[in-house]
Design a protein around this ligand. Sequence first.
Ligand code: G6P
Length: 367
Amino acid sequence: GSIGKDGYRHYMEKELHEHPLVIGNTLRRMIDPATRRVVLPDLPFDLAAVPRVTMTACGSAFYAGMIGRYWLEGEARLPVDADVASELRYREPPLTPGGLALLISQSGETADTLAALRSLREGGQHVMSVLNVPESTMARESDVVLDTVAGPEICVASTKAFTAQLSVLACVAIGAARARGTLTDAREEELVQALLDLPGRAAELFGLGDAIREVAEVVADARDVLYLGRGAQFPVALEGALKLKEISYIHAEAYAAGEMKHGPIALIDRTVPVVALAPNGRLFEKTASNLQEARARGGRLMCFTDNSGAARMARIAEKMVVLPDAHEFTAPILHSIAVQMLAYEVALLKGTDVDQPRNLAKSVTVE
Ligand code: G6P
């Protein structure tokens, strides 16, 4: 293509380095710099009247949506049904007319997501799409399009489009919360500030290369890897495991940390590294005790935490990647960049075709 790698080894490396810029560009579209308030485009429906959201997407976009679900439910108190598009379109969930269909897609062309969009529209839903290609088929068939402004993404595995989707979804949650009266001015200011802090914090992650490479060396030798997280860090674990599978061909599975004891704990031994997402926050102690259980069974803990969580995690983790502190609302965005960086480092060690992994396509326009 006409877009070069600018001296990076792969498009993926280049696109990982674009995270701070892309997050900033996306937020600039949605936050008024003068009032520091989220500004959603004019909607042909009232967010305050929406009874429920049905979120659907495929691949990484679906995990972005799952993180968005925690925000929409937590801040806007909006119930969110979330399912992958290939299931949703045949599940035929009962829909209340006037509900909101929330579609997320980098390309705007994914066949399953497009089919789900059409069936949700037939079910009387308003259609809001979060898209990176504004002239795509899904854009034409949506009532509202929120643009992710990530620029062209060449690497098959999504990186910068993912954090741009998260930036948009965070703003939608804040906008919806204001419309529904579930957010104080002080809380809105706090969340907007947390978002505006993101590009700077994201740029700091590139200083974590050595720590991430140490984890990558352990992961690259494994046949199976378990990713764990709680709350909005659970979908980050799903995204981390997906990225690892896609570009390094190592089997990885993600579990809600609290659910580990109901099955995957049986797998844990020295040969199955555990990648834990455990920044400080509301669920920190709960996560820590789940990780302690893994550790007690001989599991090798690779812990992604933050400055405030580092001392606690140092007692159980074999290796740590310590991210800068962030607001709990935006921490999942930083941690998703970190797990994408890990997958990239593992792929380098494995020598795979990072930008064009076998059997995968950038945009899947068949069912
Ligand atoms: C493909 C890609 C994934 C992507 C998914 C959804 O499977 O390999 O990286 O997440 O499609 O694509 P979309 O364009 O709808 O975001």
